[in-house]
Design a protein around this ligand. Structure first.
Ligand code: GDP
Length: 448
């Protein structure tokens, strides 16, 4: 995940500050020096770093934290707020038109993620916001781009306007807009051509397209891995096209994060979405405050809650919850739960969003995920009766199941133990339910 090393450094810096009983000008300066180094190492633009640390110092003095006895929280808050404002303070949402199609033009260098993001936006707008979406395939120079977009359109059941590669892209965009208007689409997403580097003919073409279709949004794809170069790309595109926002792609990679931290401040263009993987569901609305939380290692509860709400089948979740609460929770329910958790993407990504979890090592995360897969395999080899009444699992049955799924008796016993523990936890939770308090150790994922 991007920002990982920055998060580690911030944790270390704050730990040191927490160890101080008082903040003095000296230890404040020492801290700011470390913050400065951490940001520069994360490839944040040096001008941004300078302003950032100066602002923190100003605010800290303004708040008179030096006089306070335990000011570390205050410092963390100031750094958090400053980070949030660097990232853009407040969400920058797409403004949808009411009685006509909202036209969104996606621009950016080749490979930055335009076509994939067209698909991700299509998914978000169609499946989550219930909008009627049309794609326009205007990257006529890379035949694969049109195929790629057609496949995505097919997969999502979204209409696409395409004219192959021997057609003027500005005309395709114009005709697609007419279609969107006449056939009452809510959104038109225009995938445009990219180049390895900015070149004049491409800019001219995009410029003409802009004048012709007058998009409501021009979103620039910025690859988070491209570091500071991204700033110059954004500035040039913005001069020519007046961008309305940025989609920061590949934030799931190991980018140091400098581009994401600097770009809003240096260009004035807000980040509206972040790409966090290659799948069509891997697009998040960008929330500066939550990103600041995550960078500072505070987890990202809100994103988690949102993800859970949209990805988990609500009915299933409610059913499982009520079974847990009334004690009739079975292995079948546990398997169902595993499937739901899997829907949320990798467990690793999930853990990152839970406060207090960022320190779980990659190895531990992988072990947990492996365990889930093992349990699922075992349960797939069990009969319905065995799943409902695991107490009948004597040795001969275990040997049969182990053979069937390629696991061992020990794996089966471990799963049964985990199941017993989950049930035990549910019982305790029930006892505590009336008191309104959650018993210690139960506020994480139940047993996994
Ligand atoms: P385009 O040339 O701008 O249309 O770029 P594409 O949409 O074809 O994307 C280029 C590559 O980046 C593809 O392999 C995508 O799967 C990948 N990609 C796009 N967005 C993301 C993202 O957010 N995370 C990751 N890991 N890969 C991405």
């Amino acid at each position: 995940m991007a920002f990982e090393s920055l998060t580690d450094k911030f944790s270390a810096i704050f730990k040191k500050i927490r160890g101080q009983s008082r903040l003095t000008e000296k230890n404040m300066d020492d801290m700011l020096k470390e913050v400065r180094i951490a940001l520069l190492e994360a490839d944040v633009n040096f001008k941004v770093v300078k302003e950032f640390t100066e602002n923190i110092k100003q605010k800290a003095i303004g708040e008179q934290v030096y006089l306070k006895l335990n000011p570390s929280q205050m410092v963390v808050k100031i750094v958090h707020d400053e980070l949030e404002s660097l990232l853009g303070s407040g969400e920058s949402e797409i403004k949808y038109q009411r009685n006509k199609p909202t036209v969104i033009m996606l621009v950016g260098l080749q490979g930055s993620g335009k076509t994939t993001s067209a698909g991700k936006l299509g998914y978000l707008m169609k499946n989550k916001l219930n909008k009627k979406v049309l794609f326009a395939a205007c990257d006529v120079y890379r035949p694969a781009a049109i195929d790629q977009l057609s496949q995505i359109a097919n997969q999502l059941n979204i209409d696409i306007y395409q004219k192959g590669t021997n057609y003027n892209p500005v005309d395709i965009a114009k005709e697609a807009k007419n279609k969107a208007f006449n056939e009452h689409y809510d959104v038109l997403i225009v995938d445009t051509a990219g180049r390895l580097q900015i070149d004049e003919p491409l800019m001219e073409e995009l410029n003409k397209m802009q004048s012709s279709i007058e998009p409501d949004e021009i979103l620039l794809l910025v690859d988070a891995m491209s570091g500071q170069d991204a700033i110059n790309v954004a500035k040039t595109f913005n001069q020519k096209l007046k961008l309305s926002g940025i989609i920061m792609s590949k934030l799931d990679g190991d980018a140091r994060g400098g581009a994401a931290l600097s770009i809003k401040h240096l260009t004035g263009i807000p980040i509206k979405f972040s790409g966090i993987g290659e799948k069509l569901t891997d697009l998040d609305i960008f929330h500066p405050d939550r990103m600041a939380d995550r960078i500072l290692g505070m987890g990202d509860v809100m994103s988690l809650v949102e993800k859970v709400q949209t990805e988990i089948d609500e009915k299933e979740a409610r059913k499982a919850a009520s079974k847990m609460m009334n004690g009739s929770f079975t292995l079948v329910d546990m398997l169902e739960q595993l499937k739901q958790v899997k829907k949320l993407g990798s467990l690793g990504g999930l853990m990152k969003m839970i406060p207090g979890m960022p320190n779980i090592s990659e190895e531990q995360q992988q072990a947990a995920e492996r365990e889930m897969k093992t349990f699922e395999a075992i349960m797939n080899s069990m009969t319905e009766e065995e799943k409902l009444h695991p107490e009948i699992l004597k040795n001969s049955r275990k040997v049969r199941i182990a053979k069937g799924c390629g696991k061992t008796n020990a794996d089966i016993n471990r799963m049964l133990k985990k199941f017993e523990q989950s049930k035990e936890m549910m019982k305790r939770l029930q006892q505590y339910k009336k008191s309104g308090r959650i018993p210690p150790g139960m506020n994480g994922l139940s047993g996994f």
